[in-house]
Design a protein around this ligand. Structure first.
Ligand SMILES: [Ca+2]
Length: 499
């Protein structure tokens, strides 16, 4: 009898423990710059995200892999992307791991990595597998058609707009959830990635607001970022790259065209914010907002590649027309990455730094604060396992699991320091690389920066601190051998000789 009572009590305790575990919603946007949110210094209207930041934590030193696919690979696997590329079958993804802990796993949006979402742990999925699609008609930018509903081809309705559709599905998954079991939902919006497209009324809200140009916008945001304490008061603004055009020398037609492009980009971020408002409202209505962790970040810095298509220019297609494929140039991307240097694909801070917000009323005990410890995508896997109270499995589906990396962010939610990374390895396609150890950052195996005093990377110390430079270089070669079979180091040596 006693045994039975003890057994029943154990079940009750276990059930209540399981009930305490939070839902997790990870929101990843595509190609958004560091300074593009209102709460990070932008003029773009993002009241819903600002509210989450006010009641949550603003992470000012979080980093990604500076490109869509490399970021998503690290994020899902908790490993450096080069490790996963070579070995994705012994990788245990976040939803695979959380599935072992009894979580429900759903995804909406852009996948763009190995396999397919429903092969790698997601039970529900709506979105596309490619790197980019048309926001109105779903056409892949490489041609073809790419949307799937639970991996079945999806028939596109006439009034389709991807950001809204992803949210529709997210709300549907919340509605259809099994109550009493926590869920993990990965929402990978493709906004504000190319092509820049948005409904006319949304674009018109911003039309004319960018006629002062990118230099003025950069300075305005820089000032606001100091007021908001996103950046230190003594920080300098990085020097614009050589490819930044002088706004004052543009013709009035060119200025108008540039205003349209930036207004469209702003509208796309505004629409993401409106949709996050819909998600928050749903969680409130369901009375589950308190115990849902929401994380928001971007997969890389703002994009400098102007790939506006010729037919768009010739026909003057407007960005609310599905035939329009406009893009903005590096000069706007530079302003969106204020105060940092460089862009998407580069390993300078303009490529890898992202504004990040975490909101979780029940679990965050220091609301309205900043977190300034350097974090990285590989940390999500560890964080979510920590919250789901599950270890990384040594074996998965009969295969030995590959080594997972990352440090849990959970102490940060309580305002506590978390252990520092021994190192962070950055590598885009064996060409653009970085290694970070403590305050030191080696970029492209050539430049050395002190991140504590010079996060804008204006003062290359490779010549003046030769011993530190040699140490970082030797560490780079070592880590690159471990993580990428030395391929990136070899490439850099060749480049150096050519210089
Ligand atoms: Ca991207």
């Amino acid at each position: 009898m006693h045994r039975i009572i003890f057994f029943l009590i154990s079940i009750l305790v276990l059930t209540s423990v399981a009930d305490e575990r939070p839902n997790i919603i990870l929101i990843l946007v595509d190609d958004m710059g560091y300074s593009d949110l209102g709460c990070f210094g932008s003029e773009i209207n993002t009241p819903n995200l600002d509210k989450l930041a006010d009641k949550g934590i603003k992470f000012t030193h979080f980093t990604n892999n500076s490109k869509c696919e490399t970021t998503r690979t690290s994020l899902m696997s908790g490993r450096y992307h080069t490790e996963t590329y070579n070995d994705n079958h012994s990788t245990v993804t976040i939803p695979e791991n959380l599935g072992l802990a009894g979580y429900q796993n759903w995804m909406v949006g852009k996948w763009h990595i190995f396999d397919k979402p429903m092969k790698r742990g997601f039970e529900r999925y709506f979105g596309f597998h490619e790197g980019a699609t048309n926001f109105f008609n779903g056409e892949g930018t490489g041609g073809g058609y790419s949307y799937f509903d639970d991996e079945k081809p999806y028939e596109m309705p006439a009034d389709f707009y991807s950001t809204n559709a992803f949210t529709d599905y997210a709300l549907k998954y919340i509605d259809e959830r099994k109550k009493g079991k926590p869920f993990f939902m990965y929402m990978a919006y493709n906004a504000p990635h190319y092509p820049l497209q948005a409904p006319k009324e949304e674009v018109m809200k911003y039309r004319g607001k960018y006629m002062d140009g990118w230099q003025a916008l950069r300075e305005k945001r820089f000032k606001r970022m100091k007021e908001l304490q996103i950046i230190p008061q003594d920080m300098k603004l990085s020097k614009p790259e050589a490819n930044i055009k002088n706004w004052d020398k543009l013709s009035s037609e060119a200025k108008d065209d540039m205003d349209l492009r930036m207004a469209t980009y702003a509208a796309m971020i505004d629409i993401v914010d409106q949709n996050i408002g819909r998600v928050v409202k749903k969680l409130e209505d369901e009375k589950i907002l308190d115990n849902t962790l929401i994380i928001f970040l971007s997969d890389n810095g703002a994009c400098p590649f102007d790939r506006t298509r010729e037919p768009t220019k010739e026909n003057n297609y407007m960005p609310w027309d599905a035939r329009s494929y406009i893009c903005y140039p590096a000069s706007w991307a530079n302003a969106c990455n204020t105060p940092f240097r460089m862009y998407k694909q580069n390993q300078h801070e303009g490529g890898i730094a992202t504004s990040m917000i975490a909101h979780w009323p029940k679990g965050i005990t220091v609301p309205g604060t900043f977190n300034r410890q350097r974090g990285h995508l590989i940390d999500f896997h560890a964080t979510f396992r920590d919250l789901a109270k599950i270890n990384y499995p040594s074996e998965y589906k009969g295969k030995k699991s590959a080594k997972v990396r990352g440090i849990s962010l959970v102490p940060s939610f309580k305002g506590e320091a978390r252990p520092e990374h021994e190192f962070l390895y950055q590598n885009f396609a064996n060409r653009k690389t970085a290694l970070i150890i403590g305050k030191w950052k080696l970029v492209d195996a050539q430049e050395l920066y002190d991140l504590e005093t010079d996060r804008i990377e204006s003062n290359d110390l490779s010549q003046s601190k030769p011993e530190q430079f040699q140490y970082m270089l030797s560490q780079w070669i070592k880590r690159d051998k471990e993580l990428n079979k030395g391929k990136a180091s070899t490439q850099k040596k060749t480049n150096k000789k050519k210089r």
